[in-house]
Design a protein around this ligand. Structure first.
Ligand SMILES: Cc1cc2nc3c(=O)[nH]c(=O)nc-3n(C[C@H](O)[C@H](O)[C@H](O)COP(=O)(O)OP(=O)(O)OC[C@H]3O[C@@H](n4cnc5c(N)ncnc54)[C@H](O)[C@@H]3O)c2cc1C
Length: 383
């Protein structure tokens, strides 16, 4: 594989540290987490102690003060090890930046240090049973009542729904607003607030250790200070942060592809049929040569986007392209690698079966791949 040049020597030292930690403390526990349907709080605290939960956040709140490439390293190493249940991406690279960018000083002081230490996990509640892609169509309401806001509504598919101690909640503060997205605001709701109710941990096709859940708000009363940023600017904040969210998916997707490919390359060299290794069949060679090429191309694009994102460039269309292309590749690649494993590929004891199941969601969340194409088309002046 082409030598990657997006990362400095310091980044690579950090990567070595993350890798050692993953080998020692993450990999041995993945099977147990998958079986219990959740990770545990202990590993999050350990990640926090190592400085892996906020390497790009300000040092003033306990972060590492580095750039987004440090976040990318943690995501890549965890994805390569199939530790998908550890949704550090959601916590570190998606949720905490909202607080760091838009929070009041009091909010930052209250939430960032424990979140970076891994003592307080943070999830984001956007999706509702009747509104996912169409975010402006959400029904959750926040009504001002003196010094408080009262929230009512249902959210679903919320990552870290069982483990999070804090939710960033997307709610309508002005249902009459025109256009509707101007009536959306964000709130920081502590999970133990009366009226904030954790629902079921949902059964699903893949990501077995990820506690995707329903969350309900039933006359949930939060102080006025729970508002994040200014009233009515929720949609704008979400749009500003989606560039990073989508880049994260591209980063994780390519790392997952690399792992599935590496394991399949090893498998086809060992497994024999008709008196020769599977690797000797031209079909195997061409399939893996094509997939390897696509991963190399995807990695080069993602690395270029990482550099541009760190520079602060507006690359919304490009990250949308990376998100749909890399996740489509991951779905196709895991299917073809599974095929090369034959019947063993369908068995749980071979990780490729899990890779195939885990890949399915990548084109759905963080904005579906169809929505990515809508965004690109708009940027091209279409529609
Ligand atoms: C495992 C998992 C974890 C998740 N974690 C979170 C989380 O932490 N927080 C959170 O808020 N949400 C989360 N989600 C929700 C996720 O973001 C949504 O599922 C996603 O945005 C799609 O919304 P939807 O499921 O309502 O599908 P819909 O919006 O109903 O879409 C259904 C289909 O229609 C297509 N479609 C919709 N609109 C258009 C259009 N304009 N043009 C073309 N096609 C269109 C979609 O692409 C899709 O194929 C998670 C989902 C999963 C599965």
């Amino acid at each position: 594989m082409l030598r990657r040049d997006a990362f400095s020597e310091e980044h690579e030292l950090f990567r070595a540290q993350v890798r050692r930690f993953c080998e020692k403390e993450v990999e041995p526990k993945i099977v147990a987490w998958n079986r219990q349907g959740m990770t545990d709080r202990d590993i999050w605290r350990r990640l926090g102690e190592q400085g892996f939960l906020g390497p790009a956040l300000p040092e003033a709140y306990g972060g590492g003060g580095g750039d987004f490439l440090y976040d990318a390293i943690v995501m890549e190493e965890l994805s390569y090890r199939r530790a998908h249940g550890l949704m550090t991406t959601v916590h570190t690279s998606i949720c905490l930046p909202y607080i760091a960018s838009y929070g009041s000083e009091a909010q930052k002081q209250r939430y960032l240090p424990p979140a970076i230490r891994g003592e307080l996990l943070v999830g984001i509640c956007m999706t509702e049973p009747a509104a996912g892609s169409d975010l402006a169509g959400i029904q959750t309401r926040a009504v001002r009542a003196g010094g408080h806001w009262i929230l009512n509504g249902s959210k679903t598919f919320i990552s870290l729904g069982q483990l999070a101690g804090l939710f960033i909640v997307v709610a309508k503060t002005d249902p009459q607003a025109n256009p509707p997205h101007k009536g959306i605001s964000l709130f920081l709701v502590e999970a133990d607030t009366p009226g904030c109710v954790r629902g079921r941990k949902l059964e699903k096709l893949g990501l077995p250790a990820q506690d995707t859940s329903e969350i309900f708000f039933q006359d949930c009363r939060v102080p006025a200070t729970a508002l994040l940023g200014r009233e009515g600017t929720g949609f704008k904040m979400l749009m500003e942060k989606l560039q990073q969210e989508r880049l994260c998916i591209g980063v994780c997707s390519i790392a997952s592809c690399r792992r599935a490919l590496d394991d399949t390359l090893a498998y086809v060299k060992e497994r024999h049929a008709f008196g020769q290794p599977l690797a000797a069949f031209q079909n195997t060679q061409f399939t893996l040569a094509e997939l390897w090429s696509e991963v190399a191309i995807g990695q080069a694009f993602v690395d270029q986007l990482l550099r541009a994102h760190v520079r602060g460039d507006d690359i919304v269309a490009e990250v949308s392209a990376a998100k749909w292309w890399a996740t489509d590749l991951q779905k196709r690649l895991t299917g073809e690698c599974l095929q090369l494993h034959g019947g063993y590929g369908f068995m749980d004891e071979y990780p490729i079966s899990g890779d195939y199941a885990d890949a399915a969601v990548q084109s759905i969340y963080a904005g579906s791949n169809e929505i990515m194409k809508v965004i690109i088309a708009r940027r091209l002046g279409l529609g």
